[in-house]
Design a protein around this ligand. Structure first.
Ligand SMILES: C[S@@+](CC[C@H](N)C(=O)[O-])C[C@H]1O[C@@H](n2cnc3c(N)ncnc32)[C@H](O)[C@@H]1O
Length: 203
């Protein structure tokens, strides 16, 4: 397909997408917010007073959702990219895969946290299998980090893609958490292999 045809299709799809329209009206920076809302409605992740880490937070709609809906939350947002300021949210810019950066995150809380969210996604290459592996590796790194920083009743929520690394990730989750669920929100595009892993309570 020619380049200008692809971008026309992209523009048309953006116009038709009800979640993009809704996010513009409600003042959210991305349609991704509705995935988190659906996850929270189904699995009750949030309550007031929680300590939360939002990995891969840019442009910031998940952090916006938490900041608007959860009272007295201590929220730390992380991304390689900059994000515009969000109320009641502390932002740290850096590469989550960097061990020194992970130490910085731990230092910020200096104690266990209640929720680790990861919507991190690797840059796409066009090869769906390679893309799912790269994002799967981010998910595994986020899970290993969570196991160290979550309190016993903590929750871990992460994006992942169906693909060759999927079963490995799910069995790792089952080894470490008492409850694990896989969920595809209605707001996640049907044609995408994206789904979410929801884990509760460490063994
Ligand atoms: C799908 S977007 C997240 C959208 C976000 N949840 C929202 O609601 O606005 C994925 C993000 O993951 C970030 N990311 C990917 N790899 C990362 C890494 N190693 N460290 C930190 N952030 C990373 C990207 O920069 C990108 O902003």
């Amino acid at each position: 397909m020619k380049k200008n045809k692809i971008s026309k299709n992209w523009i048309n799809r953006q116009k038709r997408d009800i979640y993009i329209r809704k996010s513009n009206i409600e003042g959210y920076r991305s349609r991704a917010v509705y995935k988190l809302e659906e996850i929270n409605n189904k699995f009750t992740i949030f309550r007031d007073g929680l300590k939360v880490i939002d990995l891969g937070a840019a442009p910031g709609s998940w952090s916006q959702y938490i900041s608007k809906n959860i009272n007295n939350c201590k929220l730390l947002a992380i991304d390689i990219k900059n994000i515009e300021t969000i109320n009641n949210t502390y932002f740290l810019k850096g590469d989550f895969l960097d061990e020194i950066f992970q130490e910085k995150i731990k230092k910020y809380f200096n104690k266990k946290v209640d929720v680790v969210l990861s919507d991190m996604a690797a840059n796409t290459t066009g090869n769906k299998n390679l893309d799912s592996i790269a994002t799967g590796e981010l998910c595994i790194e986020a899970m290993n980090f969570s196991i160290n920083i979550l309190n016993n009743n903590g929750q871990f929520v992460s994006k992942l893609f169906m693909g060759s690394i999927f079963n490995e990730i799910v069995s790792l989750a089952k080894k470490n958490f008492k409850e694990t669920h896989i969920f595809k929100p209605t707001s996640s595009r049907k044609e995408s292999k994206e789904c979410f892993l929801i884990c509760k309570k460490l063994f």
